[in-house]
Design a binder for this molecule. Structure first.
Ligand SMILES: [Zn+2]
Length: 318
């Protein structure tokens, strides 16, 4: 196989997991114990959650139409059945180019594990990733799209590969004006973005818990910040861990588009609600974007994307 054909096969085929893996943990907001298993799914099925604790094992697809409005995490609902805090798992699958997977949960909330996507990445690597005999869907932007709320902005610009330019700015000396630009490739995602943990401010913890949120939160699964310092004994994993985690959340929310994405993402003080609004807007407005698949006969044509950054190293080609 020549280099060009190998690159095309690696990037333009849909992918799924090679086998089944599982882990246990607690939900960040519910505090509830949950077991998660994930494994292969056929081409064109996307990422589908299954609730094994409910009668008839209802399914909830990770699709824009199933997004429930929520500010603190990403929640999906279908026929009254929910799965919540799906964003770090979806980011891990999206970041490793896994288009199709079945994810089985025995409770509503995905386990928070260490607060990042690191353990999900390890699970996916343990399951292995294999390619399927079907072309991938890519989302091609026809023009820029943006959603705003005051000075909070989330926008996508047409581009030949995926990059993120993200700024977080909380009214706190440790989380002021952190900006990071990241050019996506799976290896950099695994090392630079996936290990960044969720974070919260100690002053908000009481109020969150009274509202049924953060009940499973602890220093084992979140970076907690008081007025002047980081409370976690081990400190931060990156000096700018907060903006990196925001990028992880963004990738998890963009995974809901259900296709590979080549776009320049610009986020200023954005959060889940803004991400969800943009994902829903794109899903409903075909004048902004189109889903394309590159078929084998088009492989030598001028593609609208640069393939090299999307290449998954050590991919086991089936
Ligand atoms: Zn998060």
């Amino acid at each position: 196989m020549d280099h060009k054909t190998e690159l095309h096969n690696n990037v333009l085929h849909q992918r799924t997991l090679g086998g089944w893996v599982s882990a246990g943990g607690i939900g960040l907001h519910s505090g509830q114990r949950v077991e998660i298993s994930m494994g292969p799914a056929p081409a064109d099925s996307g990422i589908v959650f299954e609730r094994s604790d409910l009668p008839n094992n209802p399914l909830i697809a990770a699709r824009p139409e199933n997004i429930v409005s929520s500010a603190f995490c990403t929640v999906l609902e279908k026929n009254g059945v929910r799965v919540s805090t799906v964003e770090h798992l979806l980011a891990a699958l999206f970041g490793l180019g896994v288009d199709n997977a079945r994810v089985i949960l025995d409770a509503e909330e995905v386990p928070i594990l260490d607060g990042s996507a690191r353990i999900f990445i390890q699970l996916i690597q343990q399951a292995t990733v294999r390619s399927l005999d079907a072309s991938r869907y890519w989302l091609r932007l026809k023009k820029p799209v943006q959603v705003c709320e005051g000075d909070r902005v989330f926008k996508l610009l047409p581009a030949r590969s995926l990059s993120l330019d993200c700024t977080v700015d909380f009214d706190h000396p440790l989380v002021t004006d952190q900006n990071l630009c990241f050019d996506y490739d799976p290896g950099s995602f695994v090392n630079e973005i996936a290990p960044a943990r969720t974070f919260g401010f100690l002053k908000d913890v009481g109020e969150l818990k009274r509202n049924g949120l953060a009940r499973g939160g602890s220093l084992d699964n979140a970076v907690v910040i008081d007025s002047f310092s980081i409370l976690n004994p081990g400190g931060l994993r990156f000096p700018d861990e907060f903006v990196r985690h925001k990028m992880l959340d963004i990738m998890g929310d963009l995974a809901l588009l259900g296709s590979a994405l080549a776009a320049r993402v610009v986020a200023n003080k954005s959060g889940h609600s803004l991400h969800h609004n943009l994902v829903r807007h794109l899903a409903q407005n075909t004048d902004y974007c189109e889903k394309v698949r590159i078929t084998p006969d088009e492989r030598d044509a001028d593609l609208p994307f640069d393939l090299a950054p999307f290449r998954l190293p050590n991919l086991q080609v089936a």
